[in-house]
Write a protein that binds this ligand. Structure first.
Ligand code: ATP
Length: 282
């Protein structure tokens, strides 16, 4: 049985990967990702960019091992071509045990995760739960200190630990969701728009938390984000997608300087103007 290898390098490998959603009511299967190849070396961060509908979430959910972790059958992602592996675990025909192991090692923040926090748990329990579910035998003092450190980085007062998701603002819920997704210390981490919907003042708090985590765990990360602060702080390498395909790949500055693809040029321009807007806002 394949066991995740934390020393695997590259940590993430995709070779000619094609991903499909099943046919809906008489329609055809939908090819969301077509023939994508790249590797992510251990300990590096890659940012995934591209317009809405280009396949970023599909690719990320698949690589995070969550292709079939959804209620509706129609939303299950199928690998219809190529091969991929994370921490040397092939993402194809996994036993239930291999799948459980991989998802414990591969952290995942779904899009708009703040909106799906368990409503019946307070923030403290939401954060402790992933650890308590793994094993009842953990060092509460150590965990308490870690949670306090994380709360401080994201600028949430400790009193929030007693509150329930409905008592928090949207941006506070998103910060809790990001903290929760890191609680198991995943060596590989996937996040889908971690700062989306968070106000400009608090977006840097999430960036700080991810940077803190990366340094602490030497984690490999794949982040979907068009947040210029995030890209500057974390994303030295970028993958650019358009209509299910990879249209740019490499160091962010090189890609944008020598952009030979029309879409990549437009994206670079858009990101530059966002950066200026942010500076103007401050
Ligand atoms: N459950 C589904 N069934 C069929 N098609 C889907 C399903 N989910 C997504 N798609 C389609 O797959 C394509 C890629 O969607 P995906 O969400 O991966 O894009 P994205 O780049 O992450 O977009 P966004 O930035 O808006 O989140 C889109 O055309 C979308 O309509």
């Amino acid at each position: 049985m394949a066991h995740p290898d934390v020393a695997a390098d590259p940590a993430i490998l995709a070779s000619d990967v094609s991903l499909t959603y099943p046919a809906h009511a008489g329609g055809r299967a939908f090819h969301a990702v077509e023939g994508i190849s790249f590797t992510v070396p251990k300990g590096t961060v890659v940012a995934l960019l591209g317009e809405s509908g280009s396949g970023k979430s599909t690719l990320t959910r698949f690589l995070a091992g969550r292709a079939k972790d959804v209620g509706e059958k129609n939303s299950r992602i199928r690998l219809t071509g190529g091969a991929a592996s994370v921490l040397d675990v092939p993402l194809r025909r996994q036993s239930r045990r291999t799948h459980a192991r991989l998802t414990a090692y591969a952290g995942y923040l779904a899009q708009d995760a703040g909106a799906t926090l368990p409503p019946d748990l307070n923030v403290g329990d939401i954060l402790v739960n992933p650890i308590a579910e793994r094993s009842k035998d953990f060092d509460r003092e150590l965990l308490g200190a870690q949670i306090a450190e994380m709360m401080d980085i994201v600028a949430l007062p400790l009193s929030k630990l007693q509150e329930y998701p409905y008592e928090l603002s949207k941006g506070q819920r998103q910060r809790v969701a990001v903290m929760q997704s890191l609680m198991l210390d995943p060596p590989v981490y996937f996040a889908d728009e971690p700062t989306l919907g968070v106000d400009a003042n608090n977006r840097p708090r999430i960036v700080d938390l991810l940077r803190w985590y990366r340094e602490r765990a030497d984690a490999t990360m794949m982040l979907i984000s068009h947040d210029i602060g995030m890209l500057e702080a974390l994303g030295q390498d970028v993958l650019v997608m358009q209509e299910g395909r990879l249209v740019g790949q490499g160091d962010i500055n090189d890609i944008f300087r020598r952009a030979d693809h029309g879409y990549v040029q437009r994206l670079a321009q858009a990101l530059r103007s966002t950066a200026y807007d942010e500076i103007a806002e401050e």
